[in-house]
Design a protein. Structure first.
Length: 290
C-alpha cells in the first residue's frame, strides 16, 4: 500500500499515510495481512512461480507484501521500493529481525524514473496507487515498468473501488473522497461518483504495450461478524481521520459535517447488522515483442 503523497492545486496534502508515524507502519503491515488473506494470498492468480526469480513491489510502504512474498518463496529475490525513507528504514529493520536474505528495500518515487537497470525483474507489483497517481501519470510509470521487466515479465496492478455497505455515513465518506479526487483531477471517474480506476486498468496496460492482459476480481466481505471485521473497522477509522484535511480542502463538506459522519460511521459499522462488500481488481499483462 502506497505511502506517497498527493496534492491539491493550493498545497500538498498527504492523505494516504503519515510516513513518519510508527503507528502508521504497524497499521499498514496489519492491513496488508488482512488484504492478503481476503484476496487468497499475495499472488493468488499465479500458483506457479517457476521462472520468476526477481520481483519488485512498487510503493511498498513498510514492506508487508514484499516480506510475505519473501517468506513464502525463499528462492525468489524480492525488492521493495517506496518514496518514504522512514518506511524503507522500518522495512529494512524487519529484514534484519526476521533473518531474511532474499529481500531488500530502497527509496524510489514512482513518479520519477525508477532506479533499476533495464530487464531487471520478472514481475513488478503495485497495490492501491489510486490516490497517488493522476491519470496522465500512469503511462510514464507503466513505461518504466516495461523497461525494467525482462522479456515475458509480468506487471501486476491491484486497485479498489468504493465499498457498498449498509452504513450511510461510510458510503458518504467514500463519495466525498471520490468527489475530492475528481475535483483535483486525480481520478478516471467521469462524474466523481466513483474512484474509477478499476475499469481502466486493462486499457492502461494495453496502451503501454503489454500483451495477454487478464484480470481477477476480489470481493471482500467487510460485514460485522466476519473474522477480519475489526481490522476493516480500524482501517476506516484511521483512513477517514487522515483524509479529513483533503476532504475539507477539495470538497464543499464542512468540518462539522465531516466529524458527524465520522462518528456516525463508527456507530453504524459496529451495529450487529452492518453489512458491506468491498471490491478490488487485479490486472496483469506480459512484456512481449522485444
Amino acid at each position: 500500500m502506497s505511502t506517497s503523497s498527493s496534492d491539491t492545486p493550493e498545497e500538498k496534502v498527504r492523505f494516504v499515510a503519515d510516513t513518519e508515524s510508527s503507528e502508521t507502519m504497524t497499521w499498514l503491515l496489519n492491513f496488508d495481512k488482512i488484504i492478503n488473506h481476503a484476496m487468497g494470498g499475495t499472488l493468488p492468480e499465479r500458483p506457479d512461480l517457476s521462472g520468476i526469480k526477481d520481483i519488485l513491489d512498487l510503493a511498498c510502504g513498510p514492506g508487508g507484501w514484499a516480506l510475505e512474498v519473501a517468506r513464502q518463496h525463499p528462492e525468489i529475490q524480492v525488492t521493495g521500493a517506496d518514496i518514504s525513507r522512514s518506511m524503507i528504514q522500518f522495512a529494512k529493520a524487519q529484514v534484519v529481525s526476521r533473518g531474511y536474505d532474499n529481500v531488500s528495500f530502497t527509496v524510489a518515487d514512482v513518479k520519477q524514473p525508477l532506479p533499476f537497470e533495464d530487464d531487471s525483474f520478472d514481475l513488478v507489483n503495485e497495490r492501491t496507487l489510486f490516490g497517488v497517481m493522476a491519470p496522465n501519470e500512469w503511462p510514464g510509470l507503466l513505461a518504466e515498468c516495461r523497461r525494467i521487466l525482462r522479456p515475458h515479465g509480468i506487471v501486476r496492478l491491484t486497485e479498489l473501488e468504493m465499498p457498498v455497505t449498509t452504513s450511510p455515513a461510510l458510503n458518504k465518506l467514500w463519495r466525498t473522497s471520490a468527489e475530492g479526487f475528481h475535483n483535483t483531477h486525480r481520478t478516471f471517474s467521469v462524474d466523481g461518483e466513483h474512484i474509477g480506476i478499476t475499469p481502466m486498468l486493462k486499457s492502461l496496460l494495453r496502451q503501454a504495450g503489454f500483451k495477454n492482459v487478464q484480470h481477477r476480481g476480489h470481493v471482500l466481505d467487510i460485514s460485522n461478524g466476519t473474522p477480519e471485521f475489526e481490522g476493516y473497522l480500524r482501517n476506516f477509522i484511521y483512513v477517514f481521520d487522515l483524509v479529513k484535511p483533503f476532504h475539507l480542502k477539495s470538497t464543499g463538506i464542512s468540518e462539522q459535517e465531516h466529524d458527524q459522519l465520522y462518528q456516525q460511521m463508527q456507530a453504524e459499522m459496529q451495529a450487529e447488522n452492518f453489512c458491506g462488500l468491498w471490491t478490488y481488481v487485479t490486472v496483469w499483462g506480459e512484456k512481449v515483442g522485444e
